[in-house]
Every structure is written in C-alpha cells, then in structure tokens.
Design a protein around this ligand. Sequence first.
Ligand code: HEM
Length: 229
Amino acid sequence: MDIFVNNLLFTYLPHIAMAIFWFGVITRIVKTSQSLQAESSQFLSKKGQRWGGNLFHYGIIMVFVGHFVGLFTPESLYHLIMTTATKRTLALTLGGIFGIAAVVGITILFIRRRRDVRLRINGKPQDILLLLLLLFEMLLGISSIFITATSSVENYAALGIWAQKVVTFQPDAGAIIAGHSIIYKLHIVTGLLIFMIFPYTKLMHMFVMPISYFLRSSYQLVRSGFRRL
Ligand code: HEM
C-alpha cells in the first residue's frame, strides 16, 4: 500500500474517526437524549429475538472487552504474567468463541427480520444495512484470527503496538502495520467507519444504560407509523 494512503488510513483516520464519534455522542446526549433508544422490534415478533439477541449481545460485549484489553495493554505490563505467545493463544481462543457467538446471533437476527412479515413491513432499510455492516465487520475480524494464528508472534504484537501508538499520538503509528494483511486493514477501516456513523444510528442505545431510565424525567415515547397486517 502506498505510504501516503497507509498513513492517511492508519495514522490520521483513527483520530478523525474518534473526533467524529465523540462529537456525535456528546451532541446527541446533550441535544436529543430523550429520543435515544434501540427501537426494539421485540413486541412485533419474539421469534429468534431471545437466542439471536443474547448470542449477539454477549458475544459482541466480550469481543469489545477483548479488543480493549488486547490492543491497549502495554507489553511491559502483560509480560509480568504471560508471554506474547500465550496472550496470542488466549486472544485467538476467546476471540474465536465470542466472535462466532456474535456472528451466529446477528445471523439469527438478520434471518428473523427477513422472514417475519410484520418485521419486514415495519423494518427500516437502515436496520438491515447496519446488521449487514456489523456482520461484514465481524466476518473480517474472524478471518483475521486465521492470519494471526498462522503468522509470526511479532505480526500479532505489532497490532497492539500500533493501537498504543495511535492513542499516544505517535506520527509513525501507521508504519507499524504497513506490511500487514489487507484483511486486518479492511477490518480496521470498516471498524473506524462504524465508529463514525455510531452516533447517528441506533447503536447509540449502548449509551442509554438501564440506570439512566431511572434517572431520566418521566415521559412517554410514542412511535407512530406502524402498519397493521
Ligand atoms: C477500529 C476499530 C477496530 C480495531 C482496531 C479492531 C482490531 C481487531 C484486531 C486486530 C483483530 C484480530 C485479533 C486477533 O487476530 O487475535 C480483531 C478481531 C475481531 N474484531 Fe475487531 N477491531 C475494530 C473494530 C471492530 C468492530 C466495530 C467489531 C464488531 C462490530 C469488531 C469485531 C471483531 C471480531 C468479531 C473479531 C474476531 C474475534 C476477536 O479476535 O475478538 N471489531 N479486531
């Protein structure tokens, strides 16, 4: 990949994406917090919602914890208890289990939306697009596991070094992964895209923790426009 494009995507884009993410999150919470919701479709059809929803949510939450711990724990810290090779084995095993759980869950949710007539009629195109984007991202993530498993330990360690250089504003961050597989690169760019659109989608419901329901002033959210069969 051209040095300029590589720098643009893996040194600068992460900062641009984070700026858009936090600007969007803060302005949405300040300006429109009363309308933040997951737009749950559970009351339209319960079929597949429990299994699909649980597998997806538990899977993706664990994947995010794994991303955070895996990418941002400095080598000097985790070397106190394990080698990089052990950390890689742990990441591949746990990432594989929870990543596949999330993919199975989101596939059930997708099929549910396509099969159920009530959901098909009332569903919005952006719901389907978001599910497909998340599925695409997760499939890229799982494919990257195979590359991590079959390449050198240094190849794996570089991913953490890159992430830590990004958050500490090091200008040579992108160069660390310049020679990495296109699968990792596509996964990272798609991930950054998801961060950028996050505040403007129903993903924002993540910020509406159950506790905030008790703290918010009482109001009734009325949705109109549901079509009857
Ligand atoms: C810019 C943000 C992101 C970065 C830098 C990133 C980075 C990575 C890396 C380096 C891996 C490979 C780990 C390995 O081989 O052991 C991975 C795997 C994975 N990623 Fe991401 N990712 C990002 C965003 C996302 C998002 C938004 C999702 C979900 C929608 C996601 C889902 C996955 C999954 C399911 C895997 C495989 C399981 C795992 O290793 O945890 N990633 N990611």
